[in-house]
Design a protein around this ligand. Structure first.
Ligand SMILES: Cc1cc2nc3c(=O)[nH]c(=O)nc-3n(C[C@H](O)[C@H](O)[C@H](O)COP(=O)(O)O)c2cc1C
Length: 365
């Protein structure tokens, strides 16, 4: 209530990117409140626990890539009750992103449009920041994923080397990695969703993964690929085939859409960039359903797109997602969003006579 009546109007009265940066800076200074916030917002309940490969999430609600691109405040953000989170997108080279303005709110649509273009401090700086956080106990207590994007100046032919460079620099600092080949805002990035290029990229990353794991005498890191919703199901099927053949840990579905502008009411709907939030909820759920059915549930799916409440999260889980992530819903619903989703999920499980989230995955078939 406090968020929607006081804090959100204040935040929404300013430029969207500026208020996001200010909120992150403020959160970074509030790290001393970690324990208090965690006690307020975290729901501990065994029914919410999910496992994806070697990863265990204490609840299925994660923070999506792009919210804390530079790992400015990962620990305090985790205290809003998330079960896991991603920082980034991080690119091998630091880069400023696209010219501003590049982030728009569409309040009547409960949506955002962004064309940030992977503005970030680069893999070297962010690895150093995470190392310093680790040394002082400043990392979240939940699994921390690192979302990796492609540097803008790099051509498609050099994209594999660029991803490998970021992956290597960040390897020690992430509990899992998400390869983002689906931002609508880096020219030609989505080319990597094409079968041959994708196979080259994913097998090179998995080779590097094995090599770095052996050198560090530890297990390989779970690697996911994040795909766009803007493709035919036949192309999704090709991606699934490659992902399974290189034994990736799963698919993050999906990124924001470059399309669907005819569905939004706001005049800002004509701005180029990725549309996220309520307009994409149902479309992404169908996408997840397709992946789940095609793989008969073999391939873990992290569902993301237009989740605002427990029903939205539950729909994605029933469609086949093992876990979900939110971005736009967190901006609109505020700090209590994750707690409300987790409490609501427990009620929905009870209503349906299910013992755990694992029992609900793919039940919508
Ligand atoms: C401002 C903004 C920046 C984003 N940056 C990234 C990013 O760096 N990496 C990424 O994988 N996804 C990024 N995304 C996409 C989100 O992670 C998510 O996939 C998408 O917004 C759909 O989920 P939502 O409807 O809950 O926002 C970004 C989204 C927004 C709104």
């Amino acid at each position: 209530m406090l968020y929607k009546t006081i804090i959100r109007p204040l935040l929404f009265s300013k430029d969207p990117e500026e208020s996001h940066e200010q909120a992150l800076a403020l959160l970074a200074r509030l790290e001393f409140l970690y324990g208090t916030l965690d006690r307020i917002y975290r729901i501990e309940d065994n029914r919410l626990k999910v496992k994806i490969g070697s990863l265990t999430f204490s609840n299925p609600v994660g923070l999506a890539g792009g919210f804390d691109k530079n790992a400015a405040a990962p620990k305090i953000i985790s205290a809003f009750g998330f079960g896991f989170m991603e920082i980034g997108a991080v690119t091998a080279q630091a880069q400023p992103g696209n010219p501003k303005p590049r982030l728009y709110r569409l309040p009547e649509d409960h949506a955002l449009i962004n064309r940030l273009g992977f503005n970030n401090e680069g893999a070297t700086a962010i690895a150093a920041k995470l190392a310093a956080r680790e040394a002082r106990g400043g990392l979240p207590a939940i699994p921390l994923g690192i979302n990796i994007g492609r540097s803008k100046i790099v051509e498609t032919k050099d994209a594999v080397a660029d991803f490998l460079s970021a992956f290597e620099k960040l390897f020690a600092h992430g509990d899992f990695f998400t390869l983002n080949i689906s931002s609508p805002n880096t020219p030609n990035l989505r080319d990597l969703q094409e079968k041959t290029l994708l196979r080259d990229l994913l097998s090179a990353v998995q080779d590097k993964n094995r090599q770095l794991a052996a050198a560090a005498q530890q297990g390989e890191k779970p690697v996911f690929v994040k795909i766009a919703p803007d493709m035919e199901f036949s192309q999704v099927d090709e991606i699934i085939e490659v992902v399974e053949s290189v034994k990736l840990s799963g698919i993050v579905a999906t990124n924001a859409t470059a399309f669907m502008r005819n569905t939004v009411k706001s005049p800002l709907g004509c701005e180029p960039g990725g549309l996220s939030g309520r307009p994409i909820t149902a479309m992404v759920t169908q996408f997840i359903s397709h992946i789940y059915q095609n793989t008969r549930g073999r391939l873990p799916i992290i569902g993301v797109g237009g989740i605002f409440n427990a029903e939205d999260a539950y729909d994605k889980i029933k469609a086949g997602a093992s876990a979900v992530q939110i971005y736009t819903g967190f901006v609109y619903e505020g700090p209590a969003a994750v707690k409300r989703i987790n409490q609501g999920l427990i009620h929905l499980l009870e209503r349906d006579g299910l013992k755990s989230i694992a029992d609900a995955i793919g039940q919508a078939r």
